[in-house]
Design a protein around this ligand. Structure first.
Ligand code: UDP
Length: 195
């Protein structure tokens, strides 16, 4: 697939529909992979935050989120094919997951938000199994229990809404503990689909 580079970050130049299919392929591959959405703000943070930069570099798929990346690409003669943000991509992802009969875990947002987003999935994409959900306000001491909950759910994919870059760093630190084949940081997505 076509790759572009902005500020030294590798970006997969995919449409939302292509990205959703690639994610299903990654799940089928069966390893643990991280997918990141990067917008212009993320790019700037990556320049001064080496831990975040390493997480982006290690991600299996990095997607071009927002007009800023598109403009930067155009200035560098690298045409970004689509603005791929998590919220707009989510219906494509659910459709692809549903067709493949896959399951999802939702982590993040204030209490009640992940549950409401789970209800949205069940209503609009009944073929996607919601394996579990949990809110995103827990202490360091509670982390092992949260991670065990994700692992025990046996979900194929986890969506994490903590806001960037924290969500992406947290995923990179725990990627092999979730038991999910793909983990993605999704920012405000759960809030959007909670009603
Ligand atoms: N959040 C969370 N735990 C925290 C801090 C934030 O679950 O300790 C959630 C918050 O409720 C919201 C999301 O993380 O759902 C952050 O969304 P935001 O729009 O700020 O992220 P961005 O899209 O800017 O990355």
């Amino acid at each position: 697939p076509p790759i572009i580079h902005i500020l030294g970050i590798r970006i997969d130049n995919l449409t939302m529909s292509e990205a959703s299919e690639r994610i299903v392929d990654l799940i089928r591959e069966g390893k643990s992979n991280q997918v990141c959405f990067t917008n212009a703000d993320c790019m700037n943070i990556s320049v001064i935050n080496p831990v975040y930069r390493a997480a982006l570099a290690a991600a299996r798929i990095t997607l071009a989120d927002g007009i800023g990346i598109r403009i930067a690409g155009a200035m560098l003669d690298q045409n970004v094919c689509e603005n791929v943000n998590g919220t707009d991509m989510f219906p494509f992802l659910c459709a692809a997951l549903g067709k493949a009969g896959m399951s999802i875990y939702l982590l993040g947002g204030k209490p009640g938000i992940s549950e409401a987003a789970a209800a949205w999935i069940t209503e609009h994409h009944p073929a996607v199994r919601v394996a579990g959900y949990h809110h995103g306000y827990f202490s360091k001491d509670e982390e092992p229990g949260i991670i065990a909950g994700i692992r025990n759910s046996k979900a194929d994919i986890m969506l994490l809404a903590f806001g960037a870059p924290r969500q992406d760093i947290w995923i990179s630190e725990h990627l092999n503990e979730f038991g999910t084949k793909v983990a993605i940081g999704v920012g405000g997505l759960l809030d959007f689909y909670s009603g």
